[in-house]
Design a protein around this ligand. Structure first.
Ligand SMILES: [Zn+2]
Ligand SMILES: [Zn+2]
Length: 381
């Protein structure tokens, strides 16, 4: 029981802690029990799906890409939808959420990062919510959003809006549709509580799993990582390495085949004039980031090979492969300067050219990986 001594009980945020524990408990016990006893009719299933998408997207599209990063503009129906259904996700107000998130980007992996992954997976996931900071950091990074009177209205009334939109409304709708109190209970437990817990933990995964699992094709200066399977449970936010590198891009999954329903929704809404000024980073700039990272990996891979303790015979055997890698290293450097020049002169490269270069980068890196593993084999033989 010595572990409890280290918990700062005086700083525990009891309301948040109780809410997160109680909803999780209900989602794991009462909600499945309800579904076993009463089942789920078509209307309730439809409402559950609608709420899952509406509240999830309000966080990723609204709180995150619209309000925190201003990566596009949106007309009032979109903003209003996000304020109402975002509150129903029970992740606090836009102002609170954005303030934390902008600090996360500014101080990522350092003490002032509110969900710093270096404090452990659980801390980044939800542990940070369980304790109050002393003193609370000033919310001086959201002054641009204070100009919006509806954002301020949501901030002042967020718990009432959340209670009504998140719990009461689904209960009333299910109760009226099926004409029974048990259906109202189902609306509350399944569409309200269970859905809240799923959306919350999906969002929490962006702060924990996305800084823990996956690849870093754009930068290793921070812990953010790209992983396709997290994108599936986070409405496309799994491409977090790209996002930390280019936070003002409305896309997180920047490649056409990457699963990013948030990006697709923003794009689709722009076709109806509901969103506008979608910000995109140029292909050349993205390629330059990939090249920087590829060169860094190439250099450190070659350093491993150079510093390894090999016999003369083994070294001679692997000589031509190393020569080949040096050639690739030079090719990457030349390409880097070519692209860098393109970026500074604001040149747009053709899609086929970028595709060709990207293939060259990938080939060089896979050669490097093969070589490093061959070296390891020779060294352990
Ligand atoms: Zn992050
Ligand atoms: Zn972000």
């Amino acid at each position: 029981m010595t572990g409890f001594k280290h918990i700062p009980f005086d700083r525990v945020s009891w309301i948040t802690t109780s809410f997160l524990s109680l909803t999780l408990l209900l989602a794991l016990t009462a909600a499945p029990a309800y579904l076993i006893i009463y089942g789920m009719g078509g209307f309730m299933a439809g409402l559950f799906a609608f709420y899952l998408i509406a509240t999830g997207l309000s966080i990723t599209l609204g709180y995150h890409r619209l309000f925190a990063h201003l990566s596009f503009g949106a007309k009032w129906p979109v903003r209003m939808f996000v304020l109402l259904f975002g509150a129903a996700a029970w992740e606090n107000s836009v102002l609170d959420w954005v303030s934390d998130h902008r600090r996360h980007h500014k101080h990522v992996d350092h003490d002032d990062d509110p969900y710093n992954i270096n404090n452990g997976f659980f801390f980044a996931h939800m542990g940070w919510l369980l304790f109050k900071l002393n003193p609370e950091p000033p919310m001086d990074n959201v002054n641009d959003l204070r100009k919006d009177k509806w954002v301020l209205w949501q901030h002042r009334n967020v718990h009432w809006i959340a209670l009504f939109m998140g719990f009461i409304l689904p209960a009333v709708l299910c109760g009226l549709y099926y004409g029974s109190w048990s259906a109202a209970l189902g609306g509350f437990l399944v569409v309200g509580v269970l859905r809240t817990v799923i959306v919350q933990h999906a969002t929490f995964c962006i702060n924990s799993a996305c800084h823990y699992f996956g690849k870093q094709p754009y930068s290793t200066r921070h812990s953010a990582r790209d992983s396709w399977w997290i994108a599936f449970i986070t409405y496309g936010e799994g491409y977090h390495n790209y996002h930390h590198e280019f936070q003002h891009d409305y896309r997180n999954g920047v490649k056409p085949w990457q699963f990013d329903p948030t990006k697709w929704t923003i794009w689709l809404l722009s076709k109806f004039g509901l969103t506008y000024n979608l910000r995109r980073v140029s292909e050349a700039k993205i390629l330059l980031a990939e090249l920087t990272e590829a060169r860094r990996r190439m250099d450190s891979g070659l350093a491993v090979i150079k510093n390894s303790d090999l016999t003369e015979a083994a070294r001679a055997r692997l000589h031509s492969s190393v020569e080949y890698l040096h050639m690739k290293q030079e090719e990457l450097a030349t390409l880097y300067y070519q692209v860098q020049k393109g970026v500074s002169e604001r040149m747009e490269f053709s899609k086929s050219r970028v595709r060709l270069w990207r293939r060259e980068i990938q080939q060089s890196l896979s050669h490097l990986e093969q070589m490093v593993s061959r070296y390891r084999e020779v060294m352990t033989a």
